[in-house]
Design a protein around this ligand. Structure first.
Ligand SMILES: [Zn+2]
Length: 529
């Protein structure tokens, strides 16, 4: 089957079929219909967004034998020959290969002559920023006093390199990068018309890879047709593009949230067996984490995400702070992966690092890790804090006197159902065996008789004294809950900045078995609960 290159076959021949540049098209259409013609136009924008395509449609609009119009007829000899690329009054120059001033001068000397067959002589100068200064000067003279029959259409990916004197004489249009959605929909339309089977997700992958360029998207689609045979499938396309099935990455994030290290490593080995490029996969993983973060702040509005459902779920499993931390870990992992003995080791290490830093909300688990294991937390302050807590505990038991540290006391009481109440209380005073406490007015619902009784009971058991509790509901400055939340927030920040320092992460991994600090990092959104 002979196959014409899609980009050429589907190059838009009129404004109606040009995708993704609605604003520019609207402005040009209005100007043409009202015959408000300028003598020089400049189209700017990244590669493959349609600059020269637009220039050619405009050239047809100027020269259509049926009259100047935003809807060139497409059948007159002018329209047909512009489409074929042999219209004698359309001069296309690629400035990237015509930078010499002599050629430019010669070109412009010819511009003095009237058009041979058309209404206007149209000069399309692509990559105009590549012209030499003297070539620009030669062009400027024509631009300053343009003959009536001349139209310049300039295109550039780099307008900053075009002299202001030239810019100021042009009507400028900045063409937009095309969105993944627009590219994907356009491919859908073309393939449907070409009667080529495809999976919609495959088009999403191609569109993503094309980075805003429709031309690249079409050329990738050509490749995909050749590569896939019968049907352009997601699998085939990811194979062709050497990109990872997002499902692997989504799986990884779920396993981390479930604290399933073994399965995490299995996924990594599976990916390695499939010859997936583990180094560039980390970039995809960082992108996915970023997408989840974006989802959190936008609640998924205006997003064009693949696997929306999973991203939504993941956005609920991770706090924004944790996502920031994981993002840093992945980016660092990418940097370090070439220093690892091999890619798989580097990749695994990054996954384990993410797992280590994922906040474990179950405090019992934290405690059990603390006990009996050699504790080597990289964060001194926490180690100190923990050990001082243990000391306090012993002290309290011996002396049975309240040392004024309510926060420590609460953490050492066997509170059961009264824990939430105690956590939200600020210590006011302790005298004559009466604890006076203030309950956070936002937590008034915790003021329940059975909670208060239980708190009293715990204090009595702890101090072995007939203790009473008086609780007032009011505004509070600091409670164990607030303090814990602040400490965690500080710890997370410290950890994050420590992450950035060389050596730290290595130590962490070497001491991986004793990950007390990382697992104790809880998301900040616990604050105020
Ligand atoms: Zn025509």
């Amino acid at each position: 089957m002979s196959h014409q290159v899609l980009a050429r076959k589907w190059r838009p021949k009129n404004f109606d079929t040009l995708v993704g540049q609605e604003n520019t098209v609207q402005a040009l259409v209005n100007a043409l219909d009202q015959e408000r013609l300028h003598h020089a136009y400049l189209f700017t924008g990244t590669r493959g967004v349609g600059k020269t395509t637009l220039a050619r449609i405009l050239a047809k609009s100027f020269n259509c034998e049926k009259g100047i119009s935003s809807k060139p007829c497409g059948v007159c000899s002018a329209c047909v020959s512009v489409d074929k690329g042999n219209f004698i009054d359309l001069i296309e120059v690629d400035a990237a290969s015509n930078t010499k001033v002599d050629e430019m001068r010669e070109l412009l000397e010819n511009s003095q002559y009237a058009p041979t067959s058309g209404r206007f002589k149209v000069y399309i100068i692509d990559e105009v920023h590549m012209l030499s200064n003297s070539a620009f000067n030669a062009m400027l003279k024509t631009l300053e006093e343009p003959p009536e029959h001349i139209k310049f259409i300039l295109a550039t990916t780099d307008p900053k390199k075009v002299p202001v004197t030239v810019l100021s004489r042009c009507l400028q249009f900045n063409l937009k990068q095309m969105t993944i959605e627009k590219i994907s929909n356009h491919l859908d339309m073309i393939l449907t018309d070409e009667e080529i089977k495809f999976e919609k997700k495959a088009l999403g992958l191609i569109a993503k890879c094309a980075r805003g360029s429709m031309r690249d998207a079409l050329s990738l689609t050509d490749q995909a047709i050749a590569y896939s045979g019968n049907e352009i499938s997601e699998n085939k396309v990811s194979e062709m593009l050497g990109i990872v099935d997002n499902n692997f990455l989504i799986d990884i994030l779920f396993k981390i949230s479930e604290d399933k290290g073994e399965e995490l490593i299995e996924i990594a080995h599976g990916m390695n067996d499939k010859n997936i490029a583990l180094d560039s996969t980390l970039i995809d993983l960082a992108k996915l984490i970023h997408e989840i973060s974006v989802y959190q702040v936008t609640s998924g509005r205006n997003l064009n995400l693949q696997g929306d459902k999973e991203i939504k779920q993941l956005s609920k499993l991770y706090s924004p702070e944790t996502l920031q931390l994981l993002y840093q870990i992945v980016i660092n992992g990418k940097k370090d992966i070439y220093l690892a003995p091999d890619l798989l080791t580097g990749f695994n290490t990054t996954l384990l690092r993410m797992l280590a830093f994922f906040p474990t909300l179950q405090t019992e688990k934290l405690e059990s890790k603390l006990v009996g294991k050699k504790v080597a937390p990289p964060n001194q302050s926490l180690e100190e804090k923990k050990s001082s807590q243990i000391e306090v505990k012993n002290e309290v038991k011996e002396t049975l006197e309240f040392d004024g540290n309510w926060h420590n006391l609460v953490n050492n009481l066997k509170l059961g159902i009264a824990n939430a109440l105690a956590q939200e209380c600020e210590f006011k005073a302790y005298q004559n065996y009466i604890f006076e406490l203030t309950l956070d007015s936002n937590k008034g619902h915790l003021m329940q008789d059975n909670y208060v009784e239980k708190l009293e009971e715990s204090l009595i058991n702890h101090f072995n004294k007939k203790i009473k509790v008086k609780i007032f509901v009011d505004e509070v400055k600091t409670t164990p809950a607030i303090k814990t939340s602040e400490e965690k927030s500080k710890l997370l920040k410290e950890t994050e900045s420590a992450m950035m320092k060389d050596g730290f992460v290595k130590d962490l991994i070497e001491n991986f078995d004793a990950q007390v600090v990382p697992t104790s990092i809880e998301p900040l959104n616990n604050k105020g609960q």
